[in-house]
Design a protein around this ligand. Sequence first.
Ligand SMILES: *Cc1c(COP(=O)(O)O)cnc(C)c1O
Length: 354
Amino acid sequence: MLTLGFARRFTEYQRPNLLLHDPERLCRLLTVRERPVQIVVAGKAHPKDAAGKWLVRKWIQLVYEHPEGRAHVVFLEDDGIALAQALVCGVDAWINTPRRPWEACGTSGMKVLVNGGLNVSVLDGWWNEAYEPAVGWAVGDRESHGAAAHEPSPASDAADAEHLYHLLETEVVPAFYERDALGLPHAWVARVRASMARLVPRFSTNRMLREYVERLYHPGKDRFARRSAYDRALVRELQAWQHDLAGAWQAVRIGSVAFSPHEGEQVCAAQVFLGTIPPDAVRVQLFADGTEPGGSPVVVELARGQAIPDADGGWLYRGTAPDGRAPERYTLRVVPYHPDALVPLEADQILWQR
Ligand SMILES: *Cc1c(COP(=O)(O)O)cnc(C)c1O
């Protein structure tokens, strides 16, 4: 029997009762004679979350009020790691229907991947990044309804429930039950293969831990060793650097900033006045937003040229803005710099061109 499952914190924005939107339709879906479906639900509500507890009661009620569906739905009490482990490896498909955009992550759906389960989920949290049609099913659209997590949005809840039923009836159940002569559900297996092959390497604890080690823990260990060496000489140097920056930053200012075209690129020449701050203690950069929404910003380091005579720590900086975009899309900025410091964590000054 096709086994759907989910385990949730029973709280309003998680919408654990979205499947109960139309109990008659749900019971019909569960009890088609040749294509039966069963649902395993687990979860807890916070003792002070009355709405959450009411949502648990709605699932229990369904089981009592619809005798024909009773054999097809089970609510498991006391959700915990052991129960979750059995659930994520026992279900064929995992359902997650939070209200967008309030799902932080949705790790339980990732746990299903390695067990060969498929995801049927709202495009939020990890599924918003992972979903493509070959690997599972998406409930609803990418719109966000309701400004607050607890702000109900009846119209979009109804639309998402309708879409979820429709997906289950017309895609999920058929894909599971359409079998060849040997009893193999090819469309289903193809999705399982795509889901495991494409998503397991990305959404895995191995990948996460390796990245923590390579990007953070090892560099952190090396940094600690450098700072501890020679009686912590580097620590004292960094403290003096921080102290000097903090005391003198107010005097930093940006003078003229001019662009001139040169061989299809924009050459920037800028005056920066650093007061008593040594020029090696800062970087002067051109900054522009990424070209796509959410894309990485463009940061161009300018090179320091001559000192400006008789000026208060004044220097000329030059650099080339690379990608042909208009000069007014760039903003000059001055930020602290030390080869061993973490900026902005350890020095958060920043001066933007006005
Ligand atoms: C995975 C897991 C969670 C978190 O699940 P989400 O989908 O991220 O909300 C909570 N409790 C248990 C017992 C789990 O195994």
